[in-house]
Design a protein around this ligand. Structure first.
Ligand SMILES: *Cc1c(COP(=O)(O)O)cnc(C)c1O
Length: 341
């Protein structure tokens, strides 16, 4: 029996068709601006989100960190949810790269509102760091894949514009949000100063994220990427995987969402589960029974062939993706239904 890997949507391997597209890519030295496939990917995404320009980066972390560097000065403050990837999982990069402090908000499942943000914006006063950037995450990873709709984003954009604060989107899973909400990528550009998009999560590319913004910001971002060591040479082989993913792996995210819902339904009934967070996209977060702990449950599941991670002492995360088939979901559900702890 093969393992069923729910640890993350980053574990996918390129399909044969994606590999073929990579093999056919026309490449050049992208640090010299000579890789036409990288340029094609950047133009494709900029157009899709109605942003002026784009920059291909080796990781989502780098594209977020470049964005934060572009949108802040030392001694500024970044406003984000306390669960935000930019704060929790980027190694303290905001302090290291941008010399900025962070103001943490407590959104419901990581979702921020103008009401939460406004009181945390500092007035101009030499005692206070300058509030210069708000970062949203869509979908919210630690919020169990919860989505913002554009209706929720528009008033945050309005507040930021009024206060002269930049607004960045960590869109590592933005395509999951678009598929789940029915919002259009083209409507996103008007609300954000910067957007990071990951190709290596649900879309199934092996490497890559893209930072979208205005032409002057992307010019600055290109310089920062170089300083961080992210200038890549014949990166078109990787960009080709991204183009292939955008053309073939977006609509199918709906299948991952159905799979996640089916898992959640089974977990609701499972003997070892206390409660399951409502599913919106491809992430299922659930708490194990009070007398159990997540490490015990993940190790029992591992012996049965289900690989997954605990996200706290009581909480486990399942993530569905391109390399989890419907047959694997059926098999996982059978394991979940029959497991007694
Ligand atoms: C995965 C992820 C990123 C970027 O991660 P990399 O591993 O650096 O590509 C950024 N934000 C969120 C919410 C993520 O889940």
């Amino acid at each position: 029996m093969n393992n069923i890997d729910f640890r993350s949507d980053t574990v996918t391997k390129p399909t044969p068709e994606m590999l073929e597209a990579m093999m056919q890519a026309k490449v050049g030295d992208d640090v010299f601006g000579e890789d036409e496939t990288v340029k094609a990917l950047e133009e494709k995404l900029a157009k899709l989100f109605q942003m002026e320009a784009a920059l291909f980066c080796p990781s989502g972390t780098m594209s977020n960190q470049i964005a934060i560097k572009c949108f802040t000065q030392p001694m500024d403050e970044v406003i984000c949810d306390q669960t935000a990837h930019v704060y929790r999982y980027e190694g303290g990069g905001i302090a290291y790269n941008s010399l900025a402090s962070v103001r943490l908000l407590y959104g419901e499942r990581g979702i921020l509102t103008p009401q939460l943000i406004e009181p945390e914006i500092n007035a101009e006063n030499i005692h206070y760091p300058t509030s210069s950037l708000v970062v949203l995450e869509n979908t919210v990873n630690k919020g169990g894949g919860k989505c913002y709709t554009l209706d929720q984003i528009a008033p945050i954009n309005e507040l930021c514009a009024e206060k002269n604060i930049k607004l960045h989107l960590d869109g590592a899973r933005i395509f999951n949000a678009l598929v789940a909400t029915g919002d259009q990528a083209a409507d996103y550009g008007q609300y954000f100063d910067g957007i990071s998009v990951c190709l290596s999560k649900g879309l199934g590319a092996p490497v890559g994220s893209v930072f979208l913004s205005t032409k002057p910001i992307i010019k600055q971002a290109t310089r920062i990427r170089k300083v961080l060591g992210g200038g890549m040479r014949q990166a078109g082989f990787l960009a080709a995987a991204g183009i292939y993913a955008l053309d073939h792996h977006v609509n199918r995210l709906a299948i991952d969402h159905q799979h996640a819902q089916a898992l959640a339904d089974a977990l609701e009934q499972a003997n070892f589960v206390k409660n399951v967070m409502p599913v919106e996209t491809n992430i299922v977060l659930f708490d194990v029974r009070d007398d159990l702990d997540s490490a015990t449950v993940t190790s029992v599941l591992a012996k049965k062939g289900i690989m997954c991670n605990s996200t706290s002492n009581q909480t486990i995360r399942f993530v569905t993706h391109l390399d989890v088939s419907s047959a694997m979901i059926d098999q996982a559900i059978e394991i979940i239904e029959t497991l007694k702890l």
